[in-house]
Design a protein around this ligand. Structure first.
Ligand SMILES: C[S@@+](CC[C@H](N)C(=O)[O-])C[C@H]1O[C@@H](n2cnc3c(N)ncnc32)[C@H](O)[C@@H]1O
Length: 250
């Protein structure tokens, strides 16, 4: 149903929390218990979300917006739009509808070079590189590779450029890139994106190239390897390209 679609589901959840809060204030409840009720409504509705980051967004929306609205004071009824506009600029719609902003944890890709060895100067892409945490890991584990990142959010691309000095970062749409020149593509996107990532990898990656995904497996595709990180998360390693035909005997 369209009402359950993200981000609409977050908006009506926040609205419900606000309605509960306002109605209980109107009914004579003091601010503290009314606030607690709003938070409880937000928390209950967050349970409808499957993903952890979405639950967090839903839970935090109401308690964060209450002080934000309080800060306006007498100044201007529209002041609360300023942080919202900043957030929109930092994290444009395409970014958060396609993948939330969560960084790759340090050490997550430690095992990659042993399982997916690359020749020197091989090109490696972090597709949706966020603030550059994945890029930093890739530069660390593949010091001889040419590591690149593409990111839709302009400010995040600036931050990634600044934080991952060894990598080349572009602002752009990961789906518009051609993956053919890359020996390894790393993604940390969303479960819903994985069939599209797989189709793109199969269509564009060269024989023997690697696809690596943090957290989200490709449905119905067998990984070459996968490993569990300390916090119960997984890294998935695939080789979607065609296998190179054997060289004819001399
Ligand atoms: C979960 S974060 C991963 C960040 C980084 N790869 C890391 O692991 O540290 C996903 C990132 O993908 C970006 N993103 C989502 N859709 C995108 C698109 N179509 N093109 C480029 N970047 C995109 C988001 O803005 C977000 O920063």
């Amino acid at each position: 149903m369209w009402l359950s679609r993200w981000p609409l589901s977050a908006l009506w959840s926040w609205l419900a929390a606000w309605l509960g809060y306002s109605a209980s204030l109107a009914a004579g409840l003091t601010a503290g218990p009314a606030f607690a009720l709003g938070v409880a409504i937000g928390w209950a509705l967050s349970r409808l979300q499957r993903e952890r980051w979405r639950r967090l967004f839903v839970v935090l929306g109401f308690p964060v917006s209450v002080p934000a609205l309080g800060w306006q004071g007498e100044a201007s009824g529209l002041l609360w739009l300023v942080p919202l506009a900043l957030l929109w600029w930092l994290y444009p719609r395409r970014s958060w509808t396609e993948a939330p902003f969560f960084p790759t944890p340090a050490g997550a890709l430690e095992r990659l070079p042993a399982l997916a060895p690359l020749p020197p100067r091989a090109r490696v892409l972090d597709a949706g590189c966020g603030a550059g945490d994945g890029l930093r890991e890739l530069c660390r584990v593949y010091p001889q590779a040419c590591v690149e990142g593409v990111e839709w959010s302009r400010p995040l691309a600036w931050i990634a450029r600044w934080r991952a000095r060894g990598a080349r970062v572009r602002r752009g749409d990961l789906w518009a890139d051609d993956w053919a020149p890359f020996a390894l593509v790393y993604v940390f996107q969303r479960p819903e994106s994985m069939p599209r990532v797989w189709a793109k990898a199969c269509a564009e990656l060269a024989s023997g190239a690697w696809l690596v995904s943090l957290d989200f497996a490709v449905p119905d595709a067998a990984p070459v390897a996968s490993w569990r990180l300390g916090n119960g998360r997984f890294v998935w390693l695939y080789r979607p390209g065609r296998i190179a035909p054997p060289k004819p005997a001399e």
